[in-house]
Design a protein around this ligand. Structure first.
Ligand SMILES: Cc1ncc(COP(=O)(O)O)c(C=O)c1O
Length: 394
């Protein structure tokens, strides 16, 4: 046998964040006080009542395969949420429950992309999008945005990027890694371009509950419900209820797309975990005040981190209005550190010298920046800012 690995396997890049995470973990295991600003998940525990719903599911023997697309109870809870919060109407055939939002995205890409189909991905992007698109045979078409544009695409830029091969646009608001949040007005303008071009949109709304400065979450369908046949919404329990390890998320969209994605999931994993589905059904009914308390705590930490980073010479910081990441342009500091020429080298330096773990912007398509997550506690954030402020005094 000449070639063991498929071409598909070979086009997927190894994660450039993996080496840094592994190093940080090793340092921590050796007792070194590494400050962790690399996490992509909330630091609070899954709320007790959700855990209890899962325990009850186990005790009642709800431990068998379920319908491929999800149990009716969880689909009903998702439909109710979208009706109550976004005034959108879905039927159960338009809902797919998967093993996390990431798996829901994969199923959708598999269902709609053919080899050569282009997918517009605004950059900086969540690092998994380009590789996930490639895995499904699609071609990522990266549309760059700048800090000066608040890391958002304009209708003109979108229209200019669309070709006859464009099948899909991915919108992620609030965004990982920038924390940029589109306004209703901006989305209305983008909806016009989407409608005119006749393309599909994946609206990745996993950070919907974490929006700051008194702003409200809004997605494309809330401002343009007439394009419902073109939009697939992705959501997840991972961030909202701090359930990343439960691997449970979902997609809502046009019936034909969801049916196809459900068939694909049925042959790949049969269904999402039965216990996690029960937990999600319960989570969707969680007291809104509890989620609001998480949001408020993130907003406080965002303020602390933003003020601290803004005060440091050489760092240009974008103020995030959502999610829990701060994307900072640190490129002016590269030349001050021996041997550092890019974000990977700078993150490595921060870890080695200052015991600060962060994620290089290169992973998100922007090598001038690094991503700090502000899910750390206040003491850690203050200590991190203190260490960062000393870099220039060296
Ligand atoms: C933008 C974005 N979308 C989707 C996901 C997927 O999350 P999960 O698969 O845990 O639901 C993540 C996780 O980091 C994310 O940041």
């Amino acid at each position: 046998m000449e070639r063991i690995l498929s071409e598909r396997a070979q086009i997927i890049k190894p994660s450039i964040t993996l080496a840094i995470s592994a190093k940080a973990k090793k340092m921590r295991a050796e007792g070194i006080d590494v400050l962790n600003f690399s996490a992509g998940e909330p630091d609070f525990d899954t709320p007790d009542s959700i855990k209890q719903a899962a325990v009850t599911a186990i005790e009642e023997g709800f431990t068998k395969y379920t319908a491929a697309g999800g149990i009716s109870e969880v689909k009903a809870a998702i439909i109710e949420k979208y009706h109550a919060e976004q005034n959108l109407s879905y039927n159960p055939e338009q809902v797919l429950v998967s093993n996390g939002g990431k798996h829901a995205l994969h199923n959708i890409f598999q269902a709609v992309l053919d080899p050569g189909d282009e997918v517009v991905i605004p950059s900086p992007y969540w690092l998994s999008y380009p590789d996930m698109v490639k895995l499904s045979g699609g071609v990522p078409l990266i549309l760059n945005t700048r800090l000066e544009d608040n890391y958002k695409i304009s209708p003109d830029a979108l229209a200019g990027a669309i070709t006859s091969k464009t099948k899909l646009l991915i919108l992620n608001s609030p965004s990982n890694p920038t924390g940029a949040v589109y306004t209703a007005r901006e989305l209305t303008a983008l909806a016009g371009v989407v409608e005119a071009a006749g393309i599909l949109v994946v609206s990745d709304d996993v950070y919907e509950k974490f929006v700051y400065d008194g702003k409200s979450f809004v997605n494309l369908l809330m401002v343009a419900p007439h394009i419902t046949e073109s939009v697939i919404i992705i959501n997840s329990a991972s961030k909202t209820y701090s359930m990343p390890g439960w691997r449970i998320g979902y997609a809502l969209g046009p019936e034909a797309v969801i049916r196809a994605a459900t068939r694909i999931q049925g042959q790949a994993t049969s269904c999402a975990g039965s216990i996690s589905q029960k937990a999600l059904a319960h989570a969707l009914k969680t007291d809104a005040n509890l989620i609001e308390s998480f949001r408020q705590s993130f907003e406080k930490r965002r303020d602390l981190m933003f003020e601290g980073l803004t005060a440091i010479d050489g760092i240009r910081t974008f103020k995030p209005t959502g999610a829990f990441y701060l994307f900072a342009d640190v490129s002016r500091l590269y030349e001050k550190v021996d041997g550092v020429t890019d974000s990977v080298g700078f993150c490595d330096y921060l870890l080695e010298k200052w015991r600060i773990a962060s994620i290089p912007g290169q992973a998100f398509g922007e090598d001038r920046c690094i991503r700090f997550s502000f899910v750390a506690d206040e003491t850690t954030i203050r200590e991190g800012l203190l260490r960062l402020s000393q870099i220039l005094i060296l």
